[in-house]
Design a protein around this ligand. Structure first.
Ligand code: B12
Length: 473
């Protein structure tokens, strides 16, 4: 009998932040207890910071084709198993990890193992990937990954796969989790109810990757999936949708039907939820414990400059209060350093956090991701601090490195004020108070704030080093 084709699906770690905080300048403590403690904290962060399995690869690995066996390799937890015999390796490429993905692909191909690249970076910049792959998959691969696997079995893998239209999400495609090592993850119950975003925020490219029209799955398919998943993992569910309240009528019907299942869940929403009282009540009753909301900016001029106009600055505080009053804790994500921001902005952010009692503030700087409108604009204005023509020079970090010059504030003053802001927002006293005052999941809120106290210390040290390096250059 012919041996099954062995296919590995690879997910890569990012340089820092969600995949474990580490300095961009190497470990400052070469050995000893401090180093051991730093490693311990790093691993804990990895876990609490949503070390969740990659849904994209779960979907692809669930596609069964005769003669093919798929394995998921999550390189956040293991080295690539070069000792096994692979017939094809698929790598999910995100822009900040492109150089890492290309290095692995090149190494595999030198060993005559064929490589297929897919994911957001391939969809946006296929030309940069071509020389590193035997096969490129453009866009959402839910349908044509089966074609690629069948072609592999037939010995006829094509150089490129792309569809004329995105997949019809109304079709039922059951997702399996059998290939996941559950204990690695914070939770394995990851669900997506739809794709696409009608908004035009210039720092995001979800509307380019998944289109402007919101495409939803069938409610009964999602309810089935929730029921099936809760049979063997009773941890918290994560709905990865960019805005779970993007279509309030759909969301209300879905979560109304989830109430009897008694799950606990968290997800990502827009603050407009504070003005959707019936939906808010349904979310709370269906087990919503926490939501991440992208506040981005409380400065109307910055919101306008970056096309974040879907909800008004003046309504943000009231909405946040309403959501917290319903018992849902909030992670509110800010970006300091947008085009309308000044040195007065940090004071306004501090007052806003104190006033709304946000449970976990996220104080980010702008990451101009190649392919976004803001990247193009900053490039034209000569404000990028990395080489815009080198697609691999862009990387993701957690507030540890400035990638551009803010419009109204010179870089050294900006770094000083950003560091001062994160020092004031994150300290042990604030972490304890937020943990106690949170409307729910108090322990998680406390942990997040403590970890951010650690992470932003790292951010301040690295930013200082970046400035020194720039001054010495
Ligand atoms: C949930 C989520 C997370 C989770 C889980 C990570 C994960 N990737 O599973 C967490 C919180 C950990 C996270 C972390 C980060 N994220 Co994130 N995240 C998302 C989010 C909201 C949903 C991802 C998802 O599950 N989508 C559902 C799946 C089914 O869609 P998909 O991933 O696009 O996959 C399809 C295709 O791309 C393709 N495909 C994907 N991989 C492969 C591989 C092969 C071989 C093939 C054939 C096809 C293929 O087929 C899939 C099925 O159709 C997206 C936004 C979005 N709407 O996609 C951002 C997003 C993916 N994240 C992004 C970023 C920047 C990050 C971070 C770097 C943030 C940071 N500063 O640390 C880290 C990186 C961590 C890492 N190691 O990747 C960016 C990536 C942009 C880019 N150009 O690369 C996105 C697009 C958000 C954005 N607005 O720009 N993220």
């Amino acid at each position: 009998m012919a041996r099954n084709k062995q296919v590995a699906l690879v997910f890569l770690p990012s340089d820092s932040g969600v995949d474990g905080a580490r300095s961009l300048y190497g470990d400052s403590e070469p050995s000893g207890v401090k180093r051991w403690l730093d490693n311990g904290v790093r691993n804990l962060i990895k876990r609490t910071q949503f070390a969740i399995p990659p849904l994209a690869l779960m979907i692809l690995a669930s596609i069964q084709v005769d003669g093919v066996e798929q394995t998921l390799c999550d390189l956040r937890f293991e080295e690539f198993p070069f000792d096994r015999q692979w017939d094809l390796v698929g790598i999910s490429v995100q822009t900040g990890m492109a150089s890492k993905a290309f290095a692995l692909a090149d190494k595999l191909r030198r060993r005559c193992i064929p490589v297929v690249l897919g994911g957001p970076h391939v969809t946006m910049f296929p030309d940069s990937c071509r020389t590193h792959a035997d096969c490129l998959v453009h866009g959402e691969a839910d349908d044509f990954w089966r074609d690629a696997l069948e072609d592999l079995v037939a010995g006829a893998l094509k150089a490129e796969y792309r569809a004329a239209a995105p997949p019809d999400l109304q079709l039922h495609r059951p997702v399996s989790r059998v290939f996941l090592k559950k204990s690695r993850y914070f939770t394995t119950i990851i669900i997506q109810t739809g794709r696409g975003c009608p908004n035009k925020c210039d720092f995001c490219n979800v509307h380019v990757l998944n289109g402007r029209v919101l495409r939803q799955r069938k409610i009964e398919h999602i309810v089935d999936e929730v029921r099936r998943f809760s049979e063997d993992d009773r941890r918290i569910f994560f709905f990865v949708d960019d805005s779970i309240n993007g279509d309030p009528l759909f969301a209300r019907e879905l979560f109304r039907r989830l109430i009897p299942l008694g799950i606990k869940w968290f997800g990502q929403a827009t603050t407009a939820l504070g003005q959707q009282p019936e939906l808010l009540e349904t979310f709370a009753r269906s087990g919503c414990r926490a939501l991440l909301v992208g506040i981005e900016s409380i400065e109307p001029s910055s919101r306008n400059a970056h096309k974040k106009t879907q909800n008004r600055a003046g309504e943000l505080a009231g909405n946040i209060r309403a959501i917290r009053q319903s018992g849902i804790s909030l992670y509110g994500s800010f970006i300091y350093g947008l085009d309308g921001d000044t040195l007065q902005t940090p004071r306004a952010i501090l007052d806003f956090i104190a006033d709304t009692r946000l449970d976990v503030p996220g104080i980010n700087t702008l990451r101009p991701i190649p392919g976004t409108k803001v990247f193009d604009r900053l490039r034209e204005e000569g404000r990028l601090l990395f080489d815009p023509d080198d697609i691999t020079s862009f990387r993701y970090t957690f507030g540890q490195e400035m990638l551009y010059r803010p419009k109204n504030i010179p870089l050294p003053e900006f770094i000083e004020s950003y560091s001062d802001l994160t020092r004031k927002v994150f300290n042990i006293g604030n972490a304890l108070r937020r943990g106690i005052e949170a409307p729910g999941i108090n322990a998680a809120v406390l942990f997040f704030n403590l970890f951010y106290t650690h992470l932003y210390r790292l951010s301040r040290n690295d930013l200082k080093k970046q400035l020194e390096t720039m001054r010495n250059a």
